[in-house]
Design a protein around this ligand. Structure first.
Ligand code: 5GP
Ligand code: MN
Length: 322
């Protein structure tokens, strides 16, 4: 079931909770905050609260970002809305708030989303959750702060309007958002491209040590815990590495893995189109999109690399047979 306008689910609702996925990215923070600002502005009688894991400082330009609750409480909301969450178990700190809420809504754009709320407004072919959300807001009510949040999410999930998921409609909406006067150059530079010196150093190291497999169609980058400790970086410092790996000439699939805890790895997958990496990720209990997906895996680094590459190889072979 989908909605025409968010106002449909806000009728006679007094309290609303909003939540996103763990390690919230630009689309997640952008969509949660845009919805938060919209409800706060146009439904002043509703008590609205947004719950997210600590958002990165690069999202500091989004208005009211410091109003995000980074710890759950024991409230029972009339309505709980998830943004950019592909599955129930990705809900991070808002999991219990979602369970306890009287009614739930899921707004999302992941193809792997099976629908886990009472109302599931899921459009798997749309480039970002922010774009899906824009579709259920009154366009004339999208103010500069709301537009800034939405634009940030669109920029992040389309790789600055470059991924194949970018559609004419994406560009039309981006144009509408620009009309509100958003600082679009700054948003792109400071929240998307800019890296710290250390982040660039780490990316350089991962690229230098990357391995090419399967006749150069698959590239793998990796970072062990001890190397992350050496540089003093966390998972959130590693954004952009897998995208850079994907840009290697001849590559169909790029994979980047880093150790979150001893023998536990976060896997990021990117595809140039031949392989549906969401299938690979789902096979290992993760999820995502055709061209960008991820999962968590346990074992030695070599096991993780072997297991994932075997599955990629299987999919590449299937593709060639088809
Ligand atoms: P990233 O590689 O940037 O962490 O994630 C790429 C895409 O895959 C995102 O859309 C994200 O939602 C999805 N994704 C990444 N890791 C996981 C995971 O462990 N489980 C699920 N269900 N989706 C994931
Ligand atoms: Mn997204």
């Amino acid at each position: 079931m989908t909605m025409k306008n968010i106002a449909e689910v806000l009728e006679s609702v007094k309290t609303v909770g909003i939540g996103g996925h763990i390690r919230p990215d630009g689309d997640c923070v952008g969509s949660c905050m845009a919805l938060y600002l919209y409800i706060r502005t146009y439904f002043p009688d509703i008590d609205v609260n947004v719950y997210l894991d600590h958002p990165k400082p690069i999202f500091g330009h989004i208005e009211c970002i410091d109003e995000i609750k980074t710890e759950a409480d024991d409230r029972v909301f009339d309505l709980f809305i998830t943004c950019d969450v592909s599955a129930r178990d990705r809900l991070a700190l808002a999991g219990e708030l979602f369970e306890k809420a009287k009614k739930t809504v899921c707004i999302d754009h992941h193809v792997s989303n099976q629908g886990f709320a009472d109302i599931n407004h899921v459009q798997g072919d749309i480039s970002s959750c922010c774009e899906v959300l824009y579709g259920i807001l009154d366009p004339e009510k999208v103010t500069l702060p709301i537009a800034t949040a939405i634009y940030t999410g669109m920029v992040h999930d389309t790789g600055v309007f470059q991924y194949s998921s970018t559609s004419p409609e994406t560009m039309r909406i981006a144009g509408e958002l620009m009309k509100t006067g958003i600082p679009f150059s700054r948003i792109i530079d400071e929240s998307f491209y800019q890296k710290t010196y250390i982040q660039n150093q780490v990316m350089g190291r991962v690229l230098a040590e990357s391995i090419l497999l399967q006749n150069g169609t698959c590239i793998i980058g990796y970072l062990r815990r001890r190397d992350m400790d050496f540089y003093g970086v966390e998972g959130s410092d590693l954004d952009g590495i897998v995208s850079q790996l994907r840009l290697t000439k001849g590559v169909e699939v790029a994979m980047f893995i880093y150790e979150t805890e001893t023998q536990t790895f976060k896997v990021s997958l990117r595809s140039n189109g031949k392989v549906d990496v969401s299938k690979v990720a789902v096979f290992f209990g993760g999820g995502g999109h055709t061209r960008a997906a991820g999962c968590d895996l346990h074992g030695s680094m070599y096991d993780v690399i072997n297991n994932i590459t075997a599955e990629i190889e299987r999919q590449l072979a299937e593709e060639e047979d088809a």
